[in-house]
Design a protein around this ligand. Structure first.
Ligand code: G1P
Ligand code: ZN
Length: 543
């Protein structure tokens, strides 16, 4: 089979963001776009000659064609072996596990996570390193540098590989092993949570609804929840992955997982509800009439993780991204374990996990995970919750009430202003940044600023520094507002405003979050001048 060196020139806009490169599908399908980025990735990691790579994606439109291109390029670049999920499918956490299990040199994951899929929607590609985690900033910087100097890429010509057949195939000198995408992941879950205990819970009539949102976790959830744990058939809804996610947003939050929310707040609601995103790394947890914020979920899991076999000896420490609420900090303090605050994005947890400094970590954006892989893991979070529900015999709302009674409640919400003119978004952030050092002591409406700064992070493991990671304004009385620009959008800029208010008064632990957050929201909007600068009077999405 002929190998080709195809001449190319650098293509603009190939800078990886919070989680790899994300673009409109149509952009990824332009001539050379994907190929350039794949070659830059290979070059950026020092070549793939003789290496083993894991390859799989969330099944969105273009997943299959892109896997074929990547395989032919891996072959032409001299890779020894590619391990591919059957059909080109792997959830992000399953890919992370497979990289670690097989001691691969890394992996390419095709996904734009919770963004919609289809020819007019979004596509993405990210590289994960040998530890199974997203490439570090140093690696993504090198990949980006390679995209800017590329003059050719290498690709083998030839027929498509049959991805449907399990087993070993050959593509020139390269071995392709097609594996069951679910089996190894399911086996890993059995070593972490108490399957017999959860099985007994379901056998006792406990009811659940898992919304796979037409995305990758469908097959994983059917196998684990229904086949292995005995949850009744029909527990998993929207379990058949589709290339456009049933034309929805595979984003597990109360807005996009509305079917599930309606069920959980309706008559005859199941005991437990959960959803996962496009590539299976996010999760939403909801009890009967009780939505759990991702920040609270992280705190709850931290408080009760010792009930699961894998964490029986306690947690080494926990970490959360900076905009995530400080609920977990309070639990960590009471457990006497360390709590790290990192920039947004899973890649910053990798070093802490590798160094054994933390066991659990999470983000406000519906991501929770542990040291079992180096990605956030949606189904794992659901299983850990089930383990805790089974061990305590309590309902989700009772568990939350207990947590708030013990530690106070961090009321929390995120406001997203999407597709804002990039210049306007940047000028709003720039103007606020300049004023931060002068804000301490300022009174804005009902609030007084305690301190304000721009978050930067010094990695305690490798000493690397990440600047410009969000503007935070802390108010007296336990409130906080954070502004940052999204690094995953594919159109214009997305401004994220994160709001938090701590409440410890036992009489005020069941109030409406929008009421509890009104003052901090108004103060943040006034301080930033968001409406005047961007012309936006209301957020597009509130979670
Ligand atoms: C968003 C989330 C962030 C998450 C990332 C990848 O990034 O906010 O927590 O790690 O998606 O799933 P952002 O768009 O805010 O840069
Ligand atoms: Zn995701």
């Amino acid at each position: 089979m002929p190998m080709q060196n195809v001449r190319t020139t650098p293509i603009e806009g190939q800078k990886p963001g919070t989680s790899g490169l994300r673009k409109k599908t149509a952009v990824f399908r332009r001539p050379h776009f994907l190929e350039n980025y794949v070659q830059a990735t290979f070059d950026g990691i020092g070549g793939v000659e003789g290496k083993t790579l894991v390859i799989g994606g969330d099944g969105r439109f273009f997943n299959d064609a892109a896997v074929q291109i990547i395989l032919r390029m891996a072959c032409a670049n001299g890779a020894a072996k590619c391990i591919v999920g059957r059909g080109g499918l792997l959830s992000t956490p399953a890919a992370s596990h497979l990289i670690r299990l097989r001691k691969a040199d890394g992996g390419l994951i095709l996904s734009a996570s919770h963004n919609p899929g289809g020819p007019d929607a979004d596509f993405g590609l990210k590289f994960n390193g040998p530890n199974g985690g997203p490439a570090t900033e140093a690696v993504t910087d090198r990949i980006f540098a390679c995209t800017q100097t590329l003059t050719f890429y290498k690709i083998a010509a030839g027929e498509d590989v049959d991805l449907a057949q399990l087993g070993t195939h050959k593509l020139e000198g390269m071995t392709i092993e097609i594996v069951d995408p679910v089996a190894d992941y399911a086996a890993l879950m059995q070593t972490i949570v108490d399957f017999p205990k959860i099985k007994a819970l379901f056998a006792g009539g406990f009811t659940m609804c898992f919304d796979a949102m037409h995305a990758i976790t469908g097959p994983y959830a059917h196998t684990i929840l229904e086949d292995m744990l005995g949850a009744p058939k029909g527990t998993v809804i929207n379990g058949q992955p589709s290339p456009d996610f049933g034309k929805g947003h595979p984003d597990p939050n109360p807005i996009w997982a509305k079917t599930l929310m309606d069920k959980m707040y309706g008559a005859d609601a199941p005991d437990f509800g959960a959803a996962s995103d496009g590539d299976g790394d996010r999760n939403m947890i909801v009890g009967r009439g009780a939505y759990v914020t991702p920040s609270d979920s992280l705190a709850l899991l931290t408080a009760h993780a010792h009930l699961a076999p894998a964490y029986r000896g306690g947690l080494a420490g926990v970490a959360r991204s900076m905009p995530t609420s400080r609920a977990v900090d309070r639990v960590a303090t009471s457990l006497g374990i360390g709590c790290f605050e990192t920039p947004t994005g899973w890649k910053f947890f990798g070093n802490l996990l590798d160094a054994g400094k933390v066991t659990l970590c999470g983000e406000e954006s519906a991501g929770t995970g542990s040291d079992h892989v180096r990605e956030k893991d949606g189904l794992w979070a659901v299983l850990l919750w089930l383990n805790i529900l089974a061990e305590t015999g309590k309902s989700v709302s009772d568990l939350m009430a207990d947590l708030w009674a013990a530690h106070g409640r961090c009321y929390y919400s995120r406001l997203d202003y999407e597709d804002v003119d990039s210049d306007k978004a940047n000028s709003m952030i720039d103007a606020l940044r300049v004023r931060l050092p002068m804000l301490a002591g300022a009174r804005i409406g009902a609030m007084t600023v305690e301190n304000a700064d721009e978050f930067s992070y010094l990695d305690p493991v490798d000493g690397s520094k990440s600047m410009g990671q969000g503007l935070r304004i802390v108010f007296e009385g336990g409130a906080r507002a954070v502004f940052r620009l999204s690094g995953t959008g594919t159109q214009g800029a997305t401004i994220r405003l994160y709001l938090e208010q701590l409440e410890t008064d036992p009489a005020r632990l069941q109030d409406a979050p929008e009421d509890m957050l009104r003052n901090v929201r108004d103060a943040a909007l006034e301080l930033s001048d968001l409406t005047a600068i961007t012309g936006r009077t209301a957020p597009d999405v509130i979670t």
